[in-house]
Write a protein that binds this ligand. Structure first.
Ligand code: C2E
Ligand code: MG
Ligand code: MG
Ligand code: MG
Length: 279
């Protein structure tokens, strides 16, 4: 009976695997057409300077409104896009849209120049011509390179360290800011921190969301902040959901904050409204 049970379990597992694969395939097929069908939209989440409490930038976050599946979160479709290579086309779409939007806003809406941050998939960053791709988009859209920030995760660096440094060096020379996203979540290596020309660390939100209740989290956030400042990097905390967390981060000396407590990611119009009404 035990053997039979084991077998059944295996079958259920296999069935679930097949279902997951079928679902991924279905999503992939629809995602392929999503750009052309106008189903993708950029949302923008404000970033605050913690000292002045002013909006000093925003992160562009992708939303997919699929007629077939409804709203699918990026955590669901980005991995599929990465597995299939579709992410390159998607990231480029995001990059261009974000640059166009930010250029427009800097002309029509913002009273001081603000930077837009765009997430770049490791697959994309590791393309040999990545820096050229960025240069082309900036040329095409006319956005000042200083008003673009790229958010890359630590797994962008798993191999080709020298090529990574070279690419980051070129981006830096262009005036583009690069931030390490989800810092502390992956296989963080302090080695690259001293070698890589980057400008900012975004502490992963898993360390932030309970920082007001958890001594270990405070210790980690303090240590990352200290390290970053000693290395001349800015520290950004993401995932702020309460006032208490803001108070702690202020005490620790974090530079920038981002989170639902300040604002959720918003569609273009609503971002303009929050920018104009923010005091
Ligand atoms: P991320 O780059 O770390 O973006 C931050 C995520 O945290 C966003 O989720 C944002 O909505 C969410 N967030 C912000 N504040 C809070 C908060 O206070 N509490 C909580 N619980 N969450 C908060 P989102 O938009 O669902 O995106 C998830 C991830 O998908 C992003 O993580 C990023 O890795 C990826 N992603 C989103 N847009 C793009 C894109 O255009 N290109 C690429 N390659 N990846 C993207
Ligand atoms: Mg990000
Ligand atoms: Mg993040
Ligand atoms: Mg991320």
């Amino acid at each position: 009976a035990a053997k039979l049970k084991g077998r059944n379990h295996f079958c259920i597992y296999e069935q679930e695997m097949n279902q997951a694969n079928e679902e991924a395939l279905l999503i992939e097929n629809h995602l392929r057409k999503a750009i052309d069908n106008n189903e993708l939209e950029l949302y923008f989440q404000p970033k605050l300077d913690l000292y002045t409490r002013k909006i000093n930038g925003m992160e562009a976050l992708l939303r997919w409104k699929s007629p077939m599946f409804g709203n699918i979160p990026p955590d669901k479709f980005i991995p599929i896009a990465e597995d299939t290579g579709l992410i390159i086309k998607i990231d480029n779409w995001v990059l261009e849209k974000a640059c166009v939007q930010n250029k427009e806003w800097n002309h029509t809406c913002f009273s001081t120049p603000l930077r837009v941050a765009v997430n770049i998939s490791p697959l994309h960053f590791r393309l040999p011509n990545f820096q050229q791709v960025v240069e082309d988009v900036l040329e095409k859209t006319g956005l000042d390179p200083q008003l673009l920030e790229l958010e890359i995760t630590e797994n962008s660096f798993i191999d080709n360290i020298d090529e990574c440094i070279e690419c980051l060096e070129k981006l830096r020379k262009m005036g583009i800011v690069v931030a390490i996203d989800d810092f502390g979540k992956g296989y963080s290596s302090l080695n690259y921190l001293r070698k890589f020309p980057i400008q900012s660390l975004k502490i992963d939100r898993s360390f932030i969301h309970e920082v007001s209740k958890n001594r270990e989290d405070i210790a980690i956030v303090k240590a990352i902040t200290f390290l970053a400042h000693e290395l001349n990097l800015k520290v950004v905390a993401e995932g702020i959901e309460t006032k208490e967390v803001i108070d702690i981060l202020e005490e620790i000396g974090c530079d920038e904050i981002q989170g639902y407590y300040i604002s959720r990611p918003l569609p273009k119009q609503e971002f303009e409204t929050i920018y104009r009404t923010w005091i």
